[in-house]
Design a protein around this ligand. Structure first.
Ligand SMILES: Nc1ncnc2c1ncn2[C@@H]1O[C@H](COP(=O)(O)OP(=O)(O)OP(=O)(O)O)[C@@H](O)[C@H]1O
Ligand SMILES: [Mg+2]
Length: 174
C-alpha cells in the first residue's frame, strides 16, 4: 500500500520528540476556512481543486449526513470532464472514472465494516493509478496518505462552511 502514515494524527498524546516532528509536518500545512453559500459556490470550489489533482492525491470529505460531500466530489469530477452520471457510492463503496487527464476513484466509506476491506476495494491501486475522493474518511483514517487534502463540511445557514487543511500547494484553492 502506498504512503500510509500517522504523522498528522500523532498528537496530542506524544512526547517532545514526536511533538517536534508534528511541528515540522505542520510547517508545510495550510489551513483555511471558506463559506459556500450555495451550490454554485461548491461548484466553484470543485473547479479550483480539479485542475490541481494529480496521481497519488487523496481528498478527504468530512461532514455529517447531507453535509455536501457527494456534491463536492461530483462537481470535481464534472470539472475533470466527466459527463456521465455521478452517483453516490453509498452502496457500491467505490465508483471509478477515467477522466481525460486522470483516473479518479470516488469512495464512500460509510458502509465499510472493516478498514481492511479497502484492500479488496483496490484503494492502494487507486492511489497508485490516480486520485481518490473519500467520503466518511473517519471509518479508516489510517488509510489516508499524509499529504491528504482535508475538507471538513458543516452547515452554515442555507449553505456550507468548509474547513480546509492540507499541504501548502493547496493554498491557492482558498
Ligand atoms: N454548498 C451547498 N449549499 C447548499 N446546498 C448544498 C451545498 N452542498 C450540498 N448541498 C445540498 O445538500 C444536500 C446533500 O448533499 P450531498 O448528497 O452532497 O451530501 P453528503 O454529505 O454526500 O451526504 P451523505 O452523508 O448522505 O453522503 C443536497 O441536496 C445538496 O444539493
Ligand atoms: Mg454522500
Amino acid at each position: 500500500m502506498a504512503r500510509h502514515g500517522i504523522a498528522n494524527r500523532a498528537f496530542p498524546l506524544v512526547g517532545p520528540r514526536l511533538e517536534q516532528s508534528w511541528m515540522i509536518v505542520n510547517a508545510t500545512t495550510f489551513r483555511a476556512e471558506i463559506l459556500l453559500p450555495d451550490l454554485a459556490a461548491a461548484t466553484a470550489l470543485a473547479a479550483r481543486i480539479a485542475p490541481l489533482l494529480i496521481r497519488g492525491d487523496a481528498v478527504a470529505l468530512w461532514g455529517e449526513l447531507g453535509a455536501g460531500k457527494t456534491t463536492l466530489a461530483r462537481e470535481t469530477l464534472r470539472a475533470l470532464g466527466v459527463s456521465e452520471d455521478v452517483p453516490s457510492p453509498t452502496f457500491t463503496l467505490v465508483q471509478t472514472y477515467e477522466t481525460p487527464r486522470l483516473a479518479v476513484a470516488h469512495y464512500d466509506w460509510y458502509r465499510l465494516k472493516a478498514a481492511r476491506e479497502l484492500d479488496e476495494l483496490g484503494f492502494g491501486e487507486a492511489l497508485e493509478n490516480g486520485a481518490v475522493l473519500v467520503e466518511w474518511p473517519q471509518r479508516a483514517p489510517e488509510y489516508l496518505p499524509d499529504d491528504t487534502l482535508h475538507l471538513r463540511l458543516s452547515s452554515e445557514g442555507e449553505g456550507r462552511r468548509v474547513k480546509i487543511t492540507g499541504p501548502e500547494r493547496w493554498a491557492v484553492i482558498a
